[in-house]
Design a binder for this molecule. Structure first.
Ligand code: SAH
Ligand code: SF4
Length: 343
């Protein structure tokens, strides 16, 4: 039996939806109405678009679906953080996390099913790579989080499963949709990359005003080769050069993510090298406590080692924060919930 999968409305902007309406013999302003229903009002079925004539609803229902994912599992932590395991049309699953902070709410989304980069401390990286997500599947995660959030979603971070810049077109399309259709300011959209230099250079040219985060984890090429094997062909110097270009073209500060791994990359000399490398750049370092994953030899640094590392960076004149640990107890590291569920 051939299974016919309906096309998804999510992923189309109001102009594309307008062109689609035209092919049904309808005026293009129907595109605005459909966009408002699927993005702003968050409806999950075509029949819920009450101000559309029944003729267009019938045509839409024949060929399209809204395209929202199905909820497979939800976990909630005591601090309000919640994690969703979402199933896509082809039964692949991805994780999305809702992160409430005082005064804002952040949605953390996946861009790929699995990840080809294979970072050795990352549950997603260890699970292999299946496929890229579409722009509609990325935005669909934000809508699922929004439906369950207690305050408006005003930040989106591309820090779930996958390497966004290796799924460039869908990532950029979803950034446009989040800005234009969900009204989230470009400054509140953060794309995190583990250092895919050609993608950083392309993003610098987009005129998007999004925040770039680079998961550096080490200043040493050999060490990065060990930690981030899939992107080892770009040296630390090339990554920092690409970030310098990003800063000068966009005027935006770059964030460097640095996962502190006990006895591996967390010594004072490591901090000093990082400080020297970054002190001339308009940037900020975010120290991440490693979330230990089962059967991994990599362990989190102690609080005192993390503080010493942070203080050394401050001494070098680099702006630095330590990421708040959120979602403890809900398989919070990227890819952990899915790993448990598909295992
Ligand atoms: N692929 C992109 C974005 C997704 S990963 C990237 O690597 O930047 C998002 C962040 O989670 C990255 O900074 C990554 O280093 C971090 N991360 C992955 N596994 C982790 C773990 N076990 N503990 C803490 N941070 C982790
Ligand atoms: Fe992929 Fe990011 Fe995980 Fe590395 S840390 S494997 S790049 S998702």
């Amino acid at each position: 039996m051939i299974e016919i999968t309906a096309k998804s409305l999510l992923g189309l902007n109001r102009f594309e939806l307008g062109s689609m309406a035209e092919t049904f013999g309808e005026p293009t302003f129907r595109g605005n109405q459909i966009a408002d229903w699927i993005y702003r009002k968050g409806i999950i079925s075509i029949g819920a678009m009450r101000n559309l004539p029944s003729s267009i609803l019938r045509r839409l229902e024949e060929e399209y679906c809204v395209g929202r994912p199905d909820l497979l599992k939800e976990q909630k932590a005591t601090d309000g953080t919640f994690k969703l395991l979402l199933q896509l049309q082809d039964k692949c699953s991805v994780e999305a996390v809702g992160l409430p902070y005082s005064g804002r709410f952040s949605a953390c989304v996946s861009t790929q099913v699995g990840c080809p980069v294979g970072c050795v401390f990352c549950a997603t990286g260890l699970s292999g790579f299946k496929r890229n997500l579409t722009a509609g599947e990325i935005v669909g995660q934000v809508l699922e989080l929004k439906a369950r959030a207690e305050k408006p979603v005003d930040h989106v971070v591309f820090m779930g499963m996958g390497e966004p810049l290796l799924n460039y077109d869908a990532t950029v399309k979803s950034l446009h949709l989040l800005a234009q259709e969900l009204g989230i300011s470009g400054r509140n959209l953060t794309v995190s990359t583990s250092g895919y230099v050609p993608g950083i250079m392309r993003l610098a040219d987009e005129n998007l005003q999004v925040t770039l985060a680079v998961s550096l984890h080490s200043t040493d090429d050999a060490m990065r080769q060990q930690l981030v094997p899939g992107l080892a062909r770009w040296s630390v110097a090339e990554i920092v050069q690409a970030c310098t270009t990003y800063v000068s073209q966009t005027g935006r500060r770059v964030t460097f993510e640095y996962c502190l791994i006990d006895g591996f990359n967390d010594s004072i000399p490591h901090a000093r090298k990082l400080g020297v490398l970054l002190k001339a750049l308009n940037c900020h370092v975010n120290l991440i406590p490693l979330n230990p994953i089962p059967d991994s030899p990599y362990k989190p640094s102690s609080t005192s080692r993390s503080s010493d590392f942070q203080n050394e960076l401050i001494r070098c004149g680099v702006k630095v924060t330590r990421r708040q640990r959120k979602g403890t107890g809900i398989d919070a590291a990227c890819g952990q919930l899915r790993q448990k569920s598909v295992a």
